[in-house]
Design a protein around this ligand. Structure first.
Ligand SMILES: [Fe+2]
Length: 386
């Protein structure tokens, strides 16, 4: 027994060294705009990474040298296992093909780097991955919303199995996709590996953080996996006739609650966010949009808990004056459509989606058409906002 153990330990470094570099998670599209896209993936070994980008077309990806975008910071290429590369200089509403590469760093001694193997996505046996940039002039757009998945991959599979870039411009994850970010890897095992398997390499995900993504040891690293265009979980983007205002309601209980162990500062965070909302709703792009859609995990009404109260006090006076067409929320695990004026203090409708249904939304210049669908795809509720 001891001899076997001796040989196992002797050959262990060799086994580790000989394991090939692999793409473990991703790639997936983040921070998509009319002019940029950020591709995110992870590898099992430290690596330097880059992307090759090509316009859509029937020519081979190998037809010529493709434009390269490197993962770098302050003039230096980044070595790591989490890779995020922004491709820039894109045009609105255009499809681009892409290929990701990671080259293993086998050893780094002083100025001498020993490179290992290269891993990449396949453009030989498979069609290259591609995405389509956002476009404010697109007359009709289509998007899906899911929330409160809490790591149930089977539900995600049932609801979003047919999503592809031909039928869906973007997918919104409206919070509580996992119950806790105790380990960063839970992001992938909980929902993101499934999303990549289904659509996220080609259809962008826009994230509205829920209260549960604010929990767990690795909660402060969550942003690293879902970067936004302003470095915050509250941000805006525009596509077709819609200006999207994504908000972060923070936690639902008071900051001093025993459950948060002294780590929460959400009152201050919501105050800062309200100042930012004030700036956004005065921007010409916001005012001139055909529709203004707010995405926020915690609804601003229907609960007497502190999170809701603080949102109602800090966000609602601003949003009520901002000609909001609809807010999409989750959090309660119960579908509810609250019409404008139905509940006190609300000057716009709020649609709260259930945890086991998704919203299939299409928008043209005539209105916002919303279908709530169950896990079999059956339409269970319809709303039209004009
Ligand atoms: Fe929640």
């Amino acid at each position: 027994m001891k001899i076997k153990l001796f040989f196992a330990l002797l050959f262990l470094p060799l086994l580790i060294f000989s394991q090939n570099i692999e793409i473990v998670n991703g790639p997936y599209i983040q921070k998509l705009s009319e002019n940029e896209a950020t591709i995110v993936w992870t590898t099992n070994k430290d690596a330097v990474s880059w992307i090759e980008l090509a316009p859509a077309g029937n020519d081979s990806f190998y037809a010529k040298e493709r434009t390269k975008f490197y993962e770098s910071s302050h003039g230096s290429r980044i070595i790591g296992k989490l890779h995020r590369i922004t491709v820039t200089g894109l045009a609105p509403g255009i499809e681009y093909r892409y290929r990701i590469f990671s080259k293993e760093i086998a050893d780094y001694a002083a100025h001498r780097i020993l490179y290992g193997n290269i891993v990449s996505t396949d453009v030989y046996g498979k069609k290259p991955l591609s995405f389509v940039t956002l476009d404010k002039t697109k007359p009709q757009i289509s998007f899906k919303i899911v929330n409160d998945i809490h790591g149930k991959n089977d539900n995600l599979q049932a609801m979003l199995k047919d999503v592809n870039k031909e039928n869906t411009d973007l997918v919104i994850f409206n919070g509580d996709m996992i119950s806790s970010v105790q380990e960063s890897q839970a992001i992938f095992t909980g929902f993101m590996d499934k999303a990549v398997q289904l659509f996220a390499s080609e259809v962008p995900v826009f994230y509205a953080r829920g209260n549960h993504e604010s929990r767990g040891k690795d909660r402060t690293f969550f942003y690293d996996y879902f970067p936004t265009n302003n470095g915050k979980f509250y941000y805006t983007f525009s596509h077709g006739p819609v200006f999207f205002l994504v908000l972060d309601g923070g936690e639902d209980k008071p900051d001093s609650d025993i459950e948060y162990s002294g780590l929460s500062l959400f009152d201050q965070y919501r105050t800062e966010q309200s100042e930012w909302i004030r700036e956004v709703i005065n921007q010409p792009d916001f005012k001139s949009a055909k529709f203004r859609v707010v995405i926020m995990h915690i609804p601003p009404t229907g609960s007497t808990w502190h999170g809701t109260n603080d949102i109602a006090e800090k966000f609602l006076p601003l949003l009520n004056d901002a000609n909001i067409d609809i807010m999409f929320s989750g959090h309660t695990h119960n579908y509810k459509f609250i019409r404008k004026g139905d509940e006190s203090k609300l000057n716009f409708p709020v649609l709260i989606n259930d945890d086991e249904t998704y919203l299939d939304v299409s928008v043209n210049n005539q209105g916002i058409h919303i279908e709530q669908k169950d896990m079999t795809g059956k339409v269970v509720n319809k709303q039209v906002i004009k």
